[in-house]
Design a protein around this ligand. Structure first.
Ligand SMILES: [Zn+2]
Length: 329
């Protein structure tokens, strides 16, 4: 049993809410849903209360959302390579669904962040499948998860709630291995500038196996999409300046993310996602020709960027008050 908690606007199309007091018996908890328009297309965007996993579905048949949503969720969980028995247990537990009003502003904030990101990514990537773009949000760090990502939290919650025997009949080789490596990657490790000047402030890019549709888009450039998490403050000394002894690679990254922050926070960057910053990715000595696109998240704190050519992407935090903060004060 779980509740589908719809915003007022969506309730008008789905039906009247009932009062739900008991907690959900599913691993992912209640689901929150709101309408979303991308161009002329109408969708419903949902997020799981406990893992913030995003699911995008067509808005047609909104009235039957309680029946159609579980199938949409299955498709997303399959992309996360969750064993089918585990998916089956969660879906079984979702047979009973109550339509209810929203009751958690934090989840609504996550939905708004996802909506902003989806819109900005779709505006700049004409022709991309919105469902693939939504899938790419599954590994966007989410503040209320302690900057963990919805896909990792989802895997943890589901496998803890519905244990299954993974050992003997090992699932088919390569893809699963790549996934296991990805899932095991520790969350963002913050390092700080030390006097020794070791590479600082940047977590190594997470490599993950491309999802099938994503592969079609990025295959030409390389076979994995990399996500960079950076906090600009970690490149600066106590005075907020770049230390003289910052090692070359770290300096390069600092200048790269700094330039992105400068564009996004400058008057020119308002309403224009295409920055003046070139992509840094250079596979086999060939430089990616992409120009970085970037925007500010709904909370106004995180800058999201991505390269439309190779798919490299990342988040920049800690830019406020740095030399790259170009907002008028
Ligand atoms: Zn690129």
């Amino acid at each position: 049993m779980y509740a589908l908690r719809c915003t007022k606007k969506l309730l008008a199309r789905v039906g009247s809410p009932s009062a739900v007091d008991e907690p959900a018996t599913t691993a992912l908890g209640d689901w929150f849903a709101q309408p979303l328009s991308l161009g002329r297309q109408r969708f419903i965007l949902l997020a799981a209360e406990r893992s913030r996993l995003p699911v995008l579905m067509p808005a047609r048949n909104a009235r039957h959302i309680a029946r159609t949503f579980p199938q949409e969720l299955v498709a997303v969980l399959e992309c996360l390579e969750i064993p089918s028995e585990v998916i089956g247990r969660e879906i079984d537990e979702m047979q009973e669904c109550a339509i209810a009003a929203t009751n958690n502003r934090s989840v609504l904030g996550t939905l708004n962040d996802f909506s902003f990101l989806l819109r900005s990514m779709m505006e700049r990537c004409a022709g991309r499948d919105p469902f693939d773009v939504a899938l790419s949000l599954c590994d966007a760090p989410v503040g209320p998860l302690g900057y963990d990502t919805p896909d990792r939290v989802t895997v943890r919650l589901l496998t803890a709630a519905w244990p299954h025997d993974m050992s003997p009949a090992a699932p088919p080789a390569t893809k699963t291995e790549a996934r296991a490596v990805f899932v095991a990657t520790p969350p963002v490790a913050r390092t700080t500038v030390d006097g020794g000047g070791a590479a600082t402030g940047i977590t190594p890019p997470r490599e993950r196996a491309p999802r099938p549709a994503e592969a079609a888009v990025t295959q030409a450039a390389h076979t994995t999409v990399r996500t960079w998490i950076t906090d600009i403050r970690h490149f600066l000394d106590e005075m907020g300046r770049i230390p003289d002894d910052l090692p070359g690679p770290a300096l390069g990254v600092a200048m790269f993310v700094g330039s992105i922050a400068a564009w996004v926070t400058s008057p020119r960057g308002v309403g224009d996602l295409r920055t003046n910053v070139a992509c840094r990715w250079s596979p086999a000595g060939r430089t990616c020709p992409g120009i970085i696109e970037a925007g500010l998240s709904g909370d106004g704190e995180t800058i999201f960027w991505h390269c439309p050519v190779c798919g490299d992407n990342g988040q920049v935090r800690g830019w406020e008050g740095t030399p790259w903060d170009r907002r008028r004060r």
